[in-house]
Design a protein around this ligand. Sequence first.
Ligand code: ADP
Ligand code: ZN
Ligand code: ZN
Length: 731
Amino acid sequence: MKPEKINTNINFWLRIVVAAPAHSGIGGPLTYRSELPLAPGQLVRVPLGRREVLGVVWETLPDSGDLAPEQAREVLGALQELPPLNATWRSLVAFTAGYYQRSLGEVALAALPPQLRELTPVQLARRLKRPQADTSSAGTPQEGLTLSTEQTAALLQLRTDARPALLFGSTGSGKTEVYLRAAARVLAEDPEAQVLVMVPEINLTPQLQARFEARFAHLGRERVVALHSGLTPAQRLKSWLAAHAGTARLVLGTRMAVLASMPNLRLIVVDEEHDPSYKQQEGARYSARDLAVYRGRLEGQRQAEAAGSPQAVEALPAQGAAPACNVILGSATPSLESWQATLAGRYQRLNMHERIGVQSEAGNIQGELPKVRLVDMNHQPKHCTLAPPLLAAIAERIARGEQSLIFLNRRGYAPVLACHDCGWKSECPHCSAYRVFHKIDRTLRCHHCGFTERVPRACPSCGNVDIAPVGRGTERLEEHLAELLQGITRPDGSPLVIARIDADTTRLKGTLESQLASVHAGEVDVLVGTQMIAKGHDFRHITLVAAVNPDGALFSSDFRAPERLFGLLMQASGRAGRNAAQGAQSEMWVQSFHPQHPLFDALKKHDYPAFAAQELAEREAAGMSPFGFSALVRAEARSQDIAQGFLNAAAAAAQALALPGHELVTPYPAVPMTIQRVANIERAQMLVESASRVALQRFLAAWQPVMDATRQQAEFKPLIRWAIDVDPLAI
Ligand code: ADP
Ligand code: ZN
Ligand code: ZN
């Protein structure tokens, strides 16, 4: 390329990050020169190839460094109307890129609203006009309730303990009220302070937003903004700018909000912290929950430094000093990672055992948790989907004018084969894991060690030919129910109404809302659905919840399946009996061929700690998370040979080169993914494990260039893509 004309007056050298796809060879910042001095964090427009792109100034250099001065290209312009992204944000982005093995530019630019790239300086200036600071009504937040003892204690403890806090309490125990009060306190104490509240994708409803807006209406208009992927590009830009400028005092968002620029962040809340939607499933596969904890620590350090006490960087603040940035993780069924962190003392635990009922004239009534009834399916008629006693219970509710919720979690569990006669399951002889049934080539494969066999013709243990995936037969439940309940009528004699809510019935925008509305209005007697209905919705008239076939998750190749099942069942049972008047009679029914399974024992007692203790003991013995660390490398190609061959070759190269950390890291042989072929593309994966997070991190960082080089070999040219997932949610 012809060198650009050099202006000898230019003597500011900058390292700038730009969006570069993974494996493009552009890992870190690029060197540019500028006529003006620009601060780190400043947004700029720079040339990249033939394009003009948005970049972020990462650092300033004393000279052009390794580059001959005439090779550095010139910054085209700076978005000077925007204050620079601060050092905390840059540290967070750098950590995210490093930890999740992506390029700095990819993470940095993905964290900015896409529309920022398209605006002219004039347009930007107009958007940045500060909203009228409406201070007239400042001072009186709307807080009508008297806090419970537990809520008061939780808020007090947050004041004096800077560790991340796990707010452990069932649905309806008043956790959201604690978030609101903690936020109100921070916002009242410091007129600049900002609060970030994250909720799972599915929980971010207009109602929740309205609840937050109403509570903070006294701060003025547009002080509460939402940030999630459902916004239009213009709305997203507006929210982001308000957060970045500090005019938004509270950001309510989904996982993407964890990377928002909030210069005065003083509190981070992660509601339903166990929810899998906090893990990003493409690009940089970060866990927003884990980043929230990291970000809280960074914010604390920054403020300690600003207050002139550099020694506070690692140490916890002195007793009595309010923490600089509390992080609150809330859940009724925490992730085992967070739970273990409280046992180890890294997180503090705030317990909320009581359930706050609906307020009556006489004051608070404590809502009771429903009674759990287990149906032993071994003693029910063969092949029945719904056991007769459960059917009878449902019919009874209909006759009384009460609602039932029948829920089938058929989604998301890898198929494991089982013999229904002797109880044999497709266990791996080498691992404490079940092998997965791959329909395409009729094999059983262990996703842990790769051990593969053809599916046996008959049960290897008893010879029964009827071996089948665990968890079959729930597909036609809605129709089946209608047949079985034929003739049952409501108290007024009218015919019963059954409704179904799942991904298929709610594809059209607005249908979920209208379906939910008819449930709330009492028009539906029996609601059938997937886990979608187990979460978040407050059905006050449901007095019976039934899980029809949860066994698949007990025997899944995915070690987190029992944890998810327990969470789901606890949450589903939380749907029943929220109306305190009916709470005492509410029931949760569970049908299982394994009613003696310890998971159900804990469920019966609504005893999450007991469940966690069992599960953690198993995980510790097997060296799995949170006691071990893993990454999953995925590869896609036209054939399994190429996809698996690439992974195996890259692992062999890593061993041959004795990469840093390799002696503490185990890469297992490549296997096809559970869903092995999608749109004629073959997908393979390789699990990499280590007992040391640090060793795994060092190994992965060193392995990246080795994988890039492996990919360049002629035989792997046809590889379509590959990517690393650190701390994967499912193997
Ligand atoms: P969670 O987030 O744990 O599900 P919420 O904070 O939403 O619980 O509280 C459940 C219900 O109880 C809400 O309707 C809330 O307004 C009410 N509530 C919360 N705290 C109190 C309190 N101290 N006194 C009376 N009602 C309360
Ligand atoms: Zn058998
Ligand atoms: Zn195995």
